[in-house]
Write a protein that binds this ligand. Structure first.
Ligand code: GLU
Length: 255
């Protein structure tokens, strides 16, 4: 299978922004094993800003653009250093790919991006994709990595996109506020009801919330690609997802 796995800041870091070492080690181990079992994996990873905030001791996610971009520049190094180190343990090679919305919009640049990712997969590497936050401004940004991961999944013709988050999937209501909220295991149609329960809000360090995940599901399923929202707290669940077992919320791609 060709998998695109998106990891959110809340999965990679503690609320302080510091690396969640146990989690990231498990994630790299499982992804390495999935590769050893002949799956292709493209990782879309957030965490640059969050890790930069922690490394620069900024205390909280900055709101001004230059500080955010400076934090991303520092954090992106830390992120790739971490992946390089952890995947090397299992003899896997990572490749950093940074894009902006502009690169996706422009046909030529999008083709270069696709060719590079396909070549990296042929060479056996793990492309690690993030938005190029140091140069991205509102006008040219994709804006969030759920959307970016969906665009990547469609462009690389993935079999499945898995969005790993700090929630088990899509619920009938916000489970933080409503104890009667129930997990929706399967979504075939992204109708108004699904949109209305997706709400807003994300974590303190990340960007996405449920609404960006539903937008990602729309892009994916319109492009004929299946998508799963699952909790990143237990990376071993990726094995079940690849085996076709039900985890989190599954969105059926339109065939
Ligand atoms: N590109 C941002 C980062 O690496 C994350 C965007 C997102 O979380 O959606 O910090």
């Amino acid at each position: 299978m060709r998998l695109v796995i998106k990891v959110g800041t809340s999965t990679l870091t503690h609320s302080s922004g510091r690396l969640n070492i146990r989690r990231v080690e498990q994630l790299c181990k499982v992804i390495s094993d999935l590769k050893n079992a002949d799956n292709e994996v493209v990782l879309v990873s957030s965490g640059a800003i969050g890790m930069g905030v922690s490394k620069l001791n900024l205390g909280a996610r900055p709101s001004d653009m230059p500080t955010k971009q400076a934090a991303a520049a520092v954090g992106q190094c830390e992120l790739m250093y971490t992946y390089d180190k952890l995947f090397s343990v299992y003899n896997h090679t990572v490749a950093q790919v940074l894009v902006t919305g502009d690169d996706i919009e422009n046909n030529d640049r999008r083709n270069h991006f696709k060719n590079t990712v396909f070549r990296l997969l042929e060479l056996g590497a793990i492309p690690v994709i993030n938005e190029n936050d140091t140069v991205s401004t509102a006008e040219i940004a994709v804006g969030d990595n759920d959307t970016l991961a969906a665009i990547v999944a469609v462009n690389v013709k993935a079999d499945l996109l898995i969005l790993l988050s700090d929630i088990d999937g899509l619920y009938t209501a916000d489970p933080k506020k409503d104890s009667g909220a129930k997990l929706i295991p399967f979504v075939e149609n992204l109708d108004d009801k699904i949109y209305s329960i997706a709400g807003g809000a994300g974590s303190a360090l990340g960007t996405g919330g449920m609404s960006t995940k539903i937008k990602a599901a729309q892009i994916c399923t319109d492009g004929g690609i299946d998508m799963i929202i699952a909790n990143g707290a237990n990376p071993e669940k990726l094995y079940e997802a690849v085996a076709g077992e039900s985890i989190g919320t599954f969105f059926k791609g339109k065939k």
